[in-house]
Design a protein around this ligand. Sequence first.
Ligand SMILES: Cc1cc2nc3c(=O)[nH]c(=O)nc-3n(C[C@H](O)[C@H](O)[C@H](O)COP(=O)(O)OP(=O)(O)OC[C@H]3O[C@@H](n4cnc5c(N)ncnc54)[C@H](O)[C@@H]3O)c2cc1C
Length: 421
Amino acid sequence: MCIPCKALPTGIVTCLQSIQNSSGSHLYTPSSSMYLNDRLGFNNIFDHKPSAIFHPGSEADAATVIVCAAAHNVSIAPRSGGHSFERYSGSGKDGSLVIDLSLFQQIAIEHDTGIATVGAGTRLGPLYTRLWNAGEYLVPAGSCPSVGICGHALRGGMGMVGRKYGMLSHNIVSLTMIDANGDILEISATSRPDLFWALRGAGGGSFGLVTEFRIQAYKAPATITTVVAMYPWSMHHVVMEAFGIWAKTATDDLTPLLYINHDIVAIMGTFLGPRDEANAVFKPLYELTGPPEHSAFNEGTWYAVAMWAKIEGSKVENPIAKHDRTYRSPSLLYRQPISDSEMTTFSRYLSSPPNNLNSRISSQTAHSSGPTLEAYQNYIERDIPNGLQAYYGDNMPRLIEIKKNVDPDNIFTFPQAIPLK
Ligand SMILES: Cc1cc2nc3c(=O)[nH]c(=O)nc-3n(C[C@H](O)[C@H](O)[C@H](O)COP(=O)(O)OP(=O)(O)OC[C@H]3O[C@@H](n4cnc5c(N)ncnc54)[C@H](O)[C@@H]3O)c2cc1C
């Protein structure tokens, strides 16, 4: 297979070959037939060519690979579900060594504590399915079943019950990470607390290779109601304002979102309880907006709600990660109500969207909103102005100190990784 790419130093190739096939580990280099397909991520706007892709079958093999890579100064990109919008699990450039965790699929639950042990290659759909089948447990996380747990949990992970249970990262009790020396570290609030803090939000790709999580799971309520309330497009301004007022004070049992495009204005939500209670929660909203044009309140179980994930068009329990997507989803955090002039810019954009809907909308809108730009690092965007400041704000100095301690030679890196200075 002849794809131009930077070859690995001979020493590291020998090292990788010496452990491939041990514990089921395997290695794909550009000359392997599997390499072409395996190097693809969810988003293929970018086409990076790693020097090799290693699938460790054990923590010991992963640690050996990290030590070999560090000795030859080859940078490492860990990969879990491969859903980074900027392909950072391909390291965002050619020539890195990708360590793919897909063989780490273990899921187990301790019934007395509700703590789930989850392997770093697990995707959200199988996680939801296995926890549900183990005793109707849920964990708060995103809606698409093929998203991998690592990028998601290490940078946040928000989803359909986040108002009540927080992000997935808030529910990490402890984790296992292999550092740049190949040491296997157990990390929790009491063991390496600084690293524990850093990994729960800034952890993807910057500090080491996470292999396993312990996550707090919750017994799902018996009944959950999914809600959709739709309005005519002409009401988008009114609905946006009303949503801002109402959602702030609505009960945490409801996780609502407002979806607007050039012809749809919809409030969707997941309510932890029965339909009549959900109806009561929406009453104050309707006092502000008037009745919606169409609404649907459907009762079901948590696992039925997780089926929202069908929007991705793949099976929840066994999602197929597609490699044919070419879009990005940038983000922007607004802490203040959207002003009238921002609303006008937004309306103009929505009523006449440019043909090429790329990430620049977030930066453009942000520029009009003032100097302090904040954004969500799981919707990472290469072109965002002052990205590290936008994603990590005042936490940067502390994150840099932690990076210097745990990865002083910057082996774990990508274009928007936590830097050494
Ligand atoms: C279709 C789709 C739907 C989405 N839905 C949601 C949603 O509902 N809610 C939400 O919050 N986000 C959502 N996202 C964003 C998603 O959370 C992020 O893209 C997330 O980082 C993907 O995680 P991953 O493991 O699949 O990605 P990867 O590309 O594998 O990894 C992302 C980053 O984490 C690093 N990383 C991966 N594995 C490890 C590891 N073992 N140790 C250390 N670092 C590691 C990678 O190097 C990379 O920098 C969605 C994304 C897509 C494409």
